[in-house]
Design a protein around this ligand. Structure first.
Ligand code: SAH
Length: 346
């Protein structure tokens, strides 16, 4: 098994059967070996720098009905909000003062934010903060919309493929959404010159080592600049309320594997990882991650962007507590940097 890890590091790829073996026969010994290698590779490319992104969750209206997600349209039990342009700019202002040089605009698929409104918003942010990167995470759109966003100045786009396998995708999403369309969007975004982030939930209902192996093969083929993975965590008002959460261990293991497969990728230690354990994000960094995305949304809205239960938005997950996060990174020998943190392969 250790030979497989060595082979992955050397060739940055594996066959499907080899992935399945690695994913289904995880041991503490193997994990330790993996994290050591992953950290070495990450240090080789990025040193001990940890990049930060200010996450602005600007709308929780959504026209989609993903079975896992707490802001799905069928959930009538949450109050909905959308931030005004002024509120979003004020988040950016606060973030800029704190040292953030990337703003991530994430939201449900909210028709109120038409392409024109989005383009206007992006233009304004880039005018005010020309030295900052703007990342969008607003789901599946037509190529013309993505092009408009790019022309308005958006630099990056996060769109997790969620799961590669069509039947598994169908298990997680309603009929009108498809794995192939989502994947197509990712290639379109790449071709338009975005730095692209994909990814998936770990331990989502019905996930198997075989499906995860296919996720790894898909990511190898897409070769994205960023990969966001985090454990699935159930939300009480969704069809998956009674399902088991994904584990910290498997998420960390996958982060290590991703670091070896895509050595120069930007890999966030995600909020959901922090939801499973107080030290989740520190452990994520020690498994090979190099990005953290603290919450920069207005305080009164944070709890309403409830993708899953007990989603953290205080402590080191809150942008205003950046000093605390710096301290936590220092504790493990890493350093938060104020830098756009662009992809090395871009
Ligand atoms: N509407 C945007 C943003 C979605 S929210 C889009 O479609 O891309 C961002 C990510 O949160 C999703 O891609 C999904 O992987 C994750 N997420 C949603 N519900 C979750 C849950 N219950 N547990 C863990 N992660 C979840």
């Amino acid at each position: 098994m250790k030979e497989l890890i060595a082979k992955l590091q050397e060739t940055q790829t594996l066959a499907k059967a080899e992935w399945i073996t690695l994913l289904s026969q995880r041991t503490p010994d193997l994990t330790e070996e993996l994290f050591e290698r992953a950290c070495r590779v990450r240090i080789q490319h990025y040193g001990k720098n940890v990049y930060i992104r200010g996450l602005i969750e600007f709308t929780n209206y959504c026209r989609n009905d993903c079975y896992y997600c707490g802001i799905r349209k069928s959930n009538r039990n949450i109050s909905r909000y959308r931030l005004s342009c002024e509120e979003i700019l004020s988040c950016c202002h606060e973030g800029y003062e704190l040292g953030f040089r990337t703003f991530v605009l994430q939201g449900g698929e909210d028709p109120w934010f038409t392409d024109q409104r989005m383009a206007h918003l992006i233009t304004l942010i880039k005018e005010h903060y020309p030295d900052c990167a703007v990342t969008l995470s607003i789901g599946e759109k037509e190529e013309a919309s993505y092009r408009l966003f790019r022309e308005a100045g958006a630099d990056r786009y996060l769109l997790r493929h969620e799961t590669f396998h069509p039947a598994h995708y169908r298990h997680l999403h309603p009929q009108e959404l498809s794995a192939s369309h989502r994947q197509q969007c990712l290639f379109t975004l790449r071709n338009l010159g975005f730095q692209v982030g994909s990814g998936f939930m770990v331990g989502s209902p019905g996930q198997t080592p075989e499906y995860l192996a296919e996720d790894m093969l898909f990511l190898k083929k897409l070769n994205p600049h960023m990969v966001g993975i985090g454990p699935f965590v159930p939300h009480h008002d969704t069809p998956f309320a009674q399902e088991q959460a994904g584990t910290l261990e498997l998420t960390l293991y996958l982060l290590g594997l991703l670091r070896l497969m895509l050595p120069k990728a930007l890999l966030p230690a995600t909020t959901a990882l922090g939801a499973l354990s107080e030290n989740g994000q520190q452990l994520g960094i020690l498994a090979g991650a190099n990005v953290i995305m603290p919450n920069l949304s207005p305080l009164q809205n944070r709890a309403l962007y409830s993708l899953y239960d007990n989603k953290p938005n205080t402590g080191t997950q809150a942008a205003e507590n950046l000093a605390q996060l710096c301290e936590k990174m220092n504790q493990i020998g890493y350093k938060i940097v104020t830098d756009r943190g662009d992809s090395l392969v871009y």
